[in-house]
Design a protein around this ligand. Sequence first.
Ligand code: COA
Length: 381
Amino acid sequence: METAASQPTKRPVISATGLYTPAESISNEELVEAFNAYVARHNAEHADAIEAGEMEPLQPSSVEFIEKASGIRSRHVINKAPIIDPAVMEPRHADRDDEELSLMAEIGVAACREALERAGRSPNDVDAVLCAASNMQRPYPAMAIEIQQALGVEGFGFDMNVACSSATFGIQTAADYIRAGNARSVLVVSPEITSGHLNWRDRDSHFIFGDVATAVLVEDAAIAPPQHWEILGTRLKTVFSNNIRNNFGFLNRAAPETQGTADKLFVQEGRKVFKEVVPMVAQMIVDEAERLAIDPRALRRMWLHQANAGMNRLIAHKVLGHEASEDESPTVLDTYGNTSSAGSIIAFHLHSENLEMGDTGLICSFGAGYSAGTVFVKKVG
Ligand code: COA
């Protein structure tokens, strides 16, 4: 008889990843042109109040500032035209019938299909779908269950939100299901339609976000394709902070006139975030590497959260002990912008093929909450 002690240990691995990139993108030049047209229009409309000193004029944005402060040059979005229309300046999506696949599920399904195809896996083989993202299109039914149904997966699905760290928290959750024997194959999908929570009229942040969807297939090594990424260890951390906040929620419905304005969208104290999160994350990576007996300076590659090029430069330097090359810490935020929890997964998806068997790397997220997650991986095959 097989006892618990004699059962083979279940080892979670990443079998494959998938990526959906919207066809449309907005360059900094296009974005700033629209923003500055909005500013000129606003200031002209309020010329008398500004002249009388009753109102401060809005200030224009600049391409140079955006690139220097963030490293972002363009961002993909699902629906570009209304965002860069100075009279609209927000995304607009046509309502869909309840029988149609919702937008968030649609892009999530596209990313999942690619991950399944790359792993040579059929939806029948998947036991669970976790939709891990910063914003859900609706409270219920869960996006994950809609994605599960559209893919034809049996088993279960649920949504989880840990802002920019949703995907790494999802990977650890999936890995724990596999270790516990509750699932053998789990899709962690992160459809991030971040254009919806961004205040495109706010000079301090209008350039930050972009839309995308990623998927990570986490499986028991026993069923994974021969070439995969062993999960050496995961670590999660949360520390409450109001420095990145969004007050939109179902309890605001009594005041519809405040929906979509100011604090019902993404707001942040960018400088404080920068200063507080960099040391916290660098220390977390070093501590976790030590726990796993990994020399952080020998990491072959770091796929860091993609919010700010300067933050990544500092974190990578503290961990590696030298200025990281693009090869050691690849950037995708230059063309994707900040894609919340999907950022480090995009970097991993696009920049992991050329690693050698046995190479060790780190997927790392950080953001609102604060929340941070590390996933150390080794290429096997
Ligand atoms: N165009 C031109 N100038 C701008 C501008 C814009 N769009 N936005 C702000 N400025 C100006 C400010 O008014 C300020 O001017 P002042 O020095 O005369 O007061 C100056 O540029 C610096 O502004 P500041 O907000 O301090 O910029 P920053 O260098 O801190 O960069 C961020 C801003 C947001 C790019 C940066 O702080 C950041 O990325 N932080 C981390 C954020 C993060 O990771 N968040 C997680 C999100 S999930």
